[in-house]
Design a protein around this ligand. Structure first.
Ligand code: AMP
Length: 583
């Protein structure tokens, strides 16, 4: 029995968003009262004032590097009120894949509460349109390693910090259906073994599964690529009731073995379904016939996996999940029937105090989303209810966990309003990935260039499995290097050369085009890497303590990221140089 009604969650959300401006003032007051003793705030001379005007006048906008020295002191065991009134007892590590290395961030009970509020809210809206019964969920979720900081605090990824709590377990029972896999799989010490067991447990409960989930869509695509390799072994385990010898972690082995019984009929049915599928199209729908949808974050850096995810899902709806970060949550998807490409996030006005830095493109620059570039002029920050529909902003927020006017580095567009709270569309990370001189290209620009060039491969029924980029300045002039892993090595030289030219032509920012024309940037290089290379890169990040649940392929590899560059360079099988500009 559910402990809360979905109607009451929707009512609560409607109430909260009716006067979002008032909620914001109230939330800021609570944050500043609760954390008024913190050294950080004391030094800024707020003197107990909690109104937005005084707050903005006294407290500067900051980035993570400004707060890092304070967070390091907390991690080193200083329990004085540094960023918050109450001492911080846990640290979150960001995935590290957007910035190159994990950031340390404060983690508090309030973040657990806001996570649950976001999950509950989007679930209530989702369930109104796609009701699910009391079944199970095939969830590809993984905890990451937990380490102790110098000061003895537990440091792990934000998702793991959340999974560890009782509140998560209770809320999940209410809203997400029970995970098919036991805790020993989620908290297993070997990601590959956990993945195999998630698939196996999902198959054991195939009739009960109501939906398929992972935090980021990449994990679902990754899981089904693995399924293509191991499906016969999974069938064998189900047929005999004996778990594959590949599962060696004792606790995981014991927990999953308990669920396994010899089930030759189920094994036959899975086997027959798999052999009937054409190139694995619709495998999720076929094997989990009662699943209603596939759920996970599908926006931003997950967009490149959408085609493959659609392929595996067949006609099951794809529903994109909420928007947040290790720093804190921001908005919930309350329009679940929108396709992932146009999904929006309604900001919850009571979980933080939000500000938006207007980003204007100078006259003459492209303004379409498809030509997203970074030449922005920044305006004065505005409040949550002052944003304008159609405009782009960088978000900055203040929350209960000790972050004040913190710039997250994401660019968002206001798509509309739900009552008086904005619905945001994720555009891209603000940081540049590719830049040599006056050229400026973001992750989004790279993604669009890859999408354009990959169309040439589609004719040959080939796909880009994953991609990243690098700037090679070892020789004058510097040039862009794009690494592609392909679904097969059947691509002809001719096609790959056209792809390389197409990539070069698809970076349309004026700085790049003019530099290419005069030879200030050299011909773009397309490097094809062996199958499995991006898997090795992921393993490398997991070894560093990252979590599969938060993994995002880094779309740019800098010169200092020696290990990842080595993995890429050692696996290059062929290279092409663009002849598009004739220079
Ligand atoms: P991390 O804290 O390492 O998990 O990464 C947080 C970042 O992931 C955010 O700042 C966004 O750039 C990205 N992100 C999180 N949620 C979404 C979403 N729903 N859509 C697009 N990007 C997202």
């Amino acid at each position: 029995m559910r402990v809360f009604s979905l109607e009451s969650v929707i009512d609560e959300f409607e109430e909260l968003t009716k006067d979002a401006g008032q909620q914001q003032r109230e939330t800021l007051r609570k944050i500043l009262e609760q954390n008024g003793e913190a050294e950080y705030l004391q030094k800024l001379g707020l003197g107990g004032r909690t109104d937005p005007e005084s707050f903005k006048a006294c407290v500067p906008l900051v980035t993570h590097s400004d707060l890092d020295p304070f967070i390091q002191r907390i991690a080193n065991g200083d329990t004085s009120p540094i960023l918050t009134g109450k001492p911080i007892r846990s640290i979150s590590l960001s995935s590290g894949t957007t910035q190159g290395k994990p950031k340390l961030l404060p983690f508090t009970d309030e973040l657990v509460q806001s996570t649950m509020q976001i999950y509950r809210t989007s679930f209530a809206f989702r369930n109104r349109e796609y009701p699910i019964g009391n079944g199970k969920a095939l969830q590809f979720i993984y905890s990451s390693k937990q380490v102790q900081t110098k000061g003895g605090l537990i440091a792990t990824t934000a998702t793991t910090n959340v999974y560890r709590t009782e509140q998560f377990k209770c809320t999940m029972k209410d809203i997400q259906s029970q995970c098919c896999s036991p805790d020993e799989v989620i908290f297993g010490s070997d990601f590959q073994q956990s993945l195999y067991c998630h698939l196996l447990c999902g198959l054991i409960y195939s009739d009960e599964v109501q939906f398929v989930f992972s935090t980021f869509a990449h994990s679902i695509v990754h899981a089904f690529r693995k399924f293509e390799d191991v499906w016969e072994e999974l069938c064998e385990d189900i047929r005999t009731g004996v778990l594959s010898s590949r599962i060696t972690v004792p606790s995981m082995r014991a927990a999953v073995s308990k669920l396994l019984r010899p089930s030759p009929d189920l094994a036959d049915s899975i086997y027959n379904k798999c052999t009937r599928l054409s190139n694995w199209y619709g495998v999720i729908q076929e094997l989990w016939p009662n699943a209603k949808y596939v759920y996970g974050i599908m926006t931003g850096s997950m967009e490149p996996y959408l085609n493959k995810l659609r392929h595996y899902a067949g006609s099951l709806p794809l529903m994109s999940a909420d928007y947040g970060s290790s720093e804190g949550w921001i908005g919930a998807n309350v329009n679940p029937s929108l396709p992932p490409e146009s999904v929006t996030f309604a900001v919850l006005p009571n979980i933080g105090y939000f500000e938006f830095i207007p980003l204007e493109k100078p006259v003459g620059q492209e303004t379409e989303i498809s030509k997203a570039t970074i030449h922005y002029i920044e305006g004065e920050p505005v409040g949550l209810t002052e944003v304008e529909v159609g405009k782009e902003y960088e978000i900055a927020f203040t929350n209960f966990a000790g972050l004040y006017r913190y710039r997250l580095g994401d660019v968002l567009r206001v798509a509309g309003f739900h009552n008086s709270t904005p619905e945001l569309q994720f555009i891209c990370r603000r940081s540049l990935v590719l830049s040599i001189n006056i050229d400026k290209n973001t992750e989004k620009d790279l993604q669009l260039a890859v999408e354009e060039a990959a169309k040439l491969l589609a004719v040959e029924k080939l796909e880009v499995v994953d991609f990243t980029s690098h700037v090679d300045t070892s020789m004058e002039p510097g040039h862009y290097v794009i690494f592609w892993e392909l679904s097969s090595d059947a691509a002809t030289e001719e096609v790959l050369h056209s792809c390389c030219n197409c990539l070069d032509m698809s970076f349309v920012d004026a700085g790049y085009v003019s530099s290419r024309k005069v030879g200030a940037i050299g011909p773009l290089e397309l490097c094809i890497v062996r199958k499995g290379t991006f898997h090795k890169i992921m393993d490398h990040y997991l070894d560093l303590g990252g979590a599969m649940s938060q993994f995002k392929t880094p779309r740019f590899v800098g010169q200092s990221n020696i290990k990842v560059l080595q993995i890429l360079n050692r696996n290059v099988t062929e290279c092409y140089f663009s002849t598009a500009y004739g220079i």
